[in-house]
Design a protein around this ligand. Structure first.
Ligand code: FDA
Length: 570
C-alpha cells in the first residue's frame, strides 16, 4: 500500500533530517517526504519552555533507550535519551549552542575525509545560524561574541535567554573558573574553546521559546507543496529496486507503519536519506541488509552489502555532578561553561598521564579489537587512537567541560570528559524493527576515560572550595566528604564516579564517515559504501567526538550534505 512517489525520502524528521528537507525542497521541482516516528510538538510546553530542561524526560517524546549492562561500571544499565518528535533530539536537549575545536574538525580530514576541515565547515555553521545580537543588558551580564564567526541570516536562532543571571554572579563564576588558571574567552564558537565564557543557546529570544529543528527548519516552510510530512510513522527498512541493472544495490523507498498502525510503503526515485539518529540509523541499515554478515545472518536477514562496521565505533561521554549547599538563592539562566585542557586538569601530573596513555595505546587498541569480536583491525585502531592521543596531548584541545549553575540554596556543577577513548556498538537483536537494540557504549572501558573523569571531579571540588566561593558555598552535598574524603585515593574517587555517572547523550560514529578500511560506513558525501543512493545524515557520521555540544555541528554537517546532494542532481 504505497503513499506516494517522491524524489527523496528522508527517514527521521530530527535535527539533521529537517535541514535536508528544507534545503532540498527549496527547489520546487524536487519532491521530498519526511517520515517521522514522533508528532508535532510546537504546543508542547515541555519542549518550548526555555528553562524547562528535563521536563520531557520520560514522557512520550523521549525514546529513553536502555543500554546493555555496563561491564566496566558496575554492570548497571544507562538510560539513553533521544527525542521522538518533529525536531528530534533538539526538542529535548539542553539547548547549548557550542561548536568544536578547530583541530578536531581538521582531524576528520587527517582521517582521509577530503574537504572536511574547520575552514570548509565554518561557512556551513554560519549558513545554518541566525545569531541574535545580545542586548545591552545581556552584554553587561557577560554575553560576548565575535560576529565574524556567526551567521545572521540562517534559519536557526541562537543567542542568550531573557532572564540571565546578572553581572555580579557572572563576576563571581568567572573568578571561580580563574582560580584554576582558566583564561576568559570572548567567543567559544570560533574554533578555539579553552577558557570560560557565557555560551549561547538555541533560543528564539523574542518569543522566549526553545529553537528546535522543527521551529527553525520546518515551520517557516511547512506550506511548500513539494514537501510532505508523515508523522507518527515508524520506518522499518529500506526497499530495494530488484529490477536495477546497476552492479550496486539501488534503494527505491522504505517500508513503514503509519499513524494508524497500517503497513505502508513510500517510493524514492532518487535517494533515501537516513536521519534517524546514531542509535537508530545503523539499525535501519542492518534491517535492510547492510552490515556485518555475521549479525545479519544470525537474524535471518539477506546480506545486500557486506559492511561490517555498521553500528560499530559508538562513542559517548559520561557526565558527573557535584552539588554544594549555598547560603544564597540565585535564580536565572546560568550558561556558564569552562573548557579545560589536559594541563588545566592535571597540572604537574600531565607528563605522567601523557606517558601512561601513550604506552597504553596499543593495549587500548587491543581491547577495542577484542570487544568488536575481531572485526576491527588492530593497526587501524592504533592509527585512530594516535590521532585521538595527539588531539589531547599535542594539540591540547579541551578534554573536560565543567558547567556551573548557581541555583536556589545550591551551587550545582556538572562535568564530562570530552574525548573518551572507549568504543562500543549498537546492533539489532532481531529482524523485528520494534525489538530494542543492543546498545553498548562501553563506558570506562579504557582507563584514560576514568582518569580524566576523576581528575575533573577533583577539579570541581577545587572550584567549589575556591576563594571566590568561600563566602557562599557552605558544604558539599555530592559526592560528599563521607563517601569521598578530602584526601581520598583514586580508587575511592573511581567508585564515586562510576556510581554517580550518566550518559552525556552525545552518541556518535555508528555509521562513521571514514575510509572503508578504517572502519567507515559512509564516504565524504555521506553515501553508504556499496550502495548507489542511500545516505546517512545525522550524528552517526561524526567520526570523532567534538568538544562542543552536538547540534551546532550536526546542523553544519547537514547543510554541507544538502549541498552535496544538490550537486549530484542539479
Ligand atoms: P535526532 O535524534 O535529532 O533525530 C532523529 C529523528 O529520527 C527523531 O526525530 C526520531 O524520532 C526519528 N526516528 C528514529 N527512528 C525512526 C524510525 N524508525 N522511523 C521514523 N523516524 C525515526 N546538543 C546540543 O547541541 N546542545 C545541548 O545542550 C544538548 N543537550 C542534550 C541533552 C539531551 C538530554 C540529549 C538527549 C541530547 C543533547 N544534545 C545536545 C545532543 C543533540 O541534541 C543530539 O546529538 C542531536 O539532536 C542529534 O541529532 P540527529 O539528527 O543525529 O538525531
Amino acid at each position: 500500500d504505497s503513499v506516494g512517489i517522491y524524489d527523496v525520502v528522508i527517514v527521521g524528521g530530527g535535527t539533521a533530517g529537517l535541514v535536508i528537507a528544507n534545503r532540498l525542497s527549496e527547489n520546487s521541482y524536487t519532491t521530498v517526504a519526511v517520515i517521522e516516528a514522533g508528532d508535532l510538538v510546537f504546543d508542547n510546553k515541555n519542549v518550548s519552555t526555555v528553562d524547562g530542561y528535563g521536563l520531557s524526560f520520560g514522557t512520550e517524546i523521549d525514546w529513553q533507550y536502555e543500554s546493555t549492562p555496563q561491564a566496566y561500571a558496575g554492570n548497571k544499565t544507562q538510560t539513553l535519551r533521544a527525542g521522538k518528535a518533529l525536531g528530534g533530539t533538539s526538542t529535548i536537549n539542553g539547548m547549548a549552542y557550542l561548536r568544536a575545536q578547530e583541530a578536531q574538525i581538521n582531524s576528520w580530514e587527517h582521517l582521509g575525509n577530503e574537504g572536511w576541515n574547520w575552514k570548509s565547515l565554518l561557512p556551513y555553521y554560519k549558513r545554518s545560524e541566525h545569531f541574535q545580537i545580545p542586548t545591552e543588558d545581556q552584554c553587561i551580564a557577560g554575553a560576548s561574541y565575535d560576529i565574524s564567526v556567526h551567521g545572521t541570516s540562517g534559519p536557526l536562532k541562537t543567542g542568550w535567554n531573557t532572564g540571565l543571571l546578572g553581572k555580579s554572579v557572572t563576576t563571581l563564576v568567572n573568578a571561580t573558573y580563574a582560580s584554576l588558571g582558566l583564561p576568559y574567552i570572548e567567543e567559544p564558537n570560533g574554533g578555539v574553546m579553552r577558557g570560560f565564557t557565557r555560551y549561547p543557546a538555541t533560543v528564539d529570544r523574542e518569543l522566549n521559546v526553545r529553537e528546535d529543528a522543527g521551529r527553525a527548519y520546518y515551520l517557516p516552510i511547512q506550506n511548500r507543496t513539494n514537501l510532505d510530512l508523515y508523522t507518527n510513522s515508524f520506518v522499518q527498512r529500506i526497499t530495494w529496486d530488484e529490477t536495477s541493472t546497476n552492479s550496486t544495490p539501488r534503494a527505491n523507498g522504505v517500508q513503514f507503519t503509519d499513524a494508524s498502525g497500517k503497513q505502508k510503503t513510500i517510493s524514492a526515485k532518487k535517494e533515501v536519506i537516513l536521519s534517524a539518529g546514531s542509535l537508530r540509523s545503523p539499525l535501519i541499515l542492518e534491517l535492510s541488509g547492510i552490515g556485518n554478515p555475521a549479525i545479519l545472518e544470525q537474524h535471518g536477514i539477506d546480506v545486500k552489502v557486506d559492511l561490517p562496521f555498521v553500528g560499530e565505533n559508538l562513542q559517548d561521554q559520561t557526565t558527573g555532578a557535584g552539588a554544594y549547599s549555598s547560603n544564597t538563592n540565585f535564580s536565572g539562566a546560568a550558561n556558564y561553561v569552562g573548557y579545560f585542557n589536559v594541563a588545566d586538569i592535571f597540572g604537574n601530573g600531565t607528563y605522567d598521564l601523557n606517558c601512561t596513555v601513550r604506552d597504553s595505546l596499543l593495549q587500548y587498541a587491543t581491547s577495542v579489537v577484542e570487544a568488536s569480536g575481531g572485526i576491527i583491525d588492530q593497526k587501524v585502531m592504533e592509527k585512530l587512537f594516535m590521532i585521538h592521543y595527539d588531539l589531547i596531548f599535542k594539540d591540547q584541545i579541551p578534554i573536560s567541560e565543567i558547567l556551573i549553575s548557581p541555583g536556589e540554596d545550591q551551587m550545582a556543577f556538572s562535568y564530562w570528559g570530552l574525548l573518551p577513548f572507549s568504543r562500543g556498538s549498537v546492533h539489532i537483536q532481531s529482524n523485528d524493527s520494534t525489538t530494542p537494540a543492543a546498545i553498548n557504549p562501553n563506558y570506562f572501558q579504557l582507563d584514560y576515560d576514568l582518569k580524566q573523569q576523576i581528575g575533573t571531579a577533583k577539579a570541581v571540588r577545587k572550584l567549589a572550595s575556591s576563594e571566590a566561593l568561600c563566602d557562599i558555598v557552605t558544604g558539599e552535598l555530592s559526592p560528599g566528604l563521607q563517601s569521598v574524603p578530602l584526601n581520598a585515593s583514586d580508587e575511592v574517587w573511581a567508585k564515586a564516579v562510576k556510581e554517580g555517572y550518566r550518559s552525556n547523550y552525545h552518541y556518535i560514529a555508528t555509521a562513521a564517515m571514514m575510509a572503508q578500511d578504517l572502519g567507515g560506513v559512509v564516504n565524504t558525501d555521506l553515501l553508504v559504501y556499496g550502495v548507489d543512493n542511500v545516505r546517512v545524515v545525522d550524528a552517526s557520521v561524526i567520526p570523532f567526538q567534538v568538544c562542543g555540544h552536538l547540534t551546532a555541528t550536526i546542523y553544519a554537517i547537514a547543510e554541507k550534505a544538502a549541498d552535496a546532494i544538490k550537486s549530484r542532481y542539479y
